[in-house]
Design a protein around this ligand. Sequence first.
Ligand code: 5GP
Length: 143
Amino acid sequence: MAEASYDPSNIFAKILRGEIPSHRVYEDDAVVAFMDVMPQGLGHTLVVPKAQSRNLLDADPSTLGPLFTVVKQVALAVKKAFGADGVTVLQFNEPASGQTVYHLHVHVIPRFEGIALKPHTGQMEKPEVLAENAAKIRAVLNG
Ligand code: 5GP
């Protein structure tokens, strides 16, 4: 079966265009990072390249260096911001894998000993909590 093509009406494309709000923690020429609205754990952040691809499978390789440079920066920042014991980095490709938004993105989730991840795309977090967590991450990234 032929792979589906990129659809610019996806929710992250709208966030990148500023058509819907997000709690941003980082932005450069190539990459944006913002809070996941249905976090699987405290400080769950999404790192998103501005270049358009559905996922890793159709991404231009030139996208990946800048993307994972920011993934590392954000992983270090969330670990420090929340005093985490570790960081889980996740990335899904196509529906069978669990992908639900079809613009390439990487999940960066602080982890704490003995605390399991909440379900993927589970419960919406309160905007004020997302804003507070974003501010903590920005403080580390800008500090
Ligand atoms: P995927 O399943 O595609 O890897 O993950 C998509 C992620 O985007 C999920 O973790 C989900 O909670 C998150 N998400 C879905 N809609 C929105 C939204 O409108 N804003 C933000 N910030 N995150 C979203």
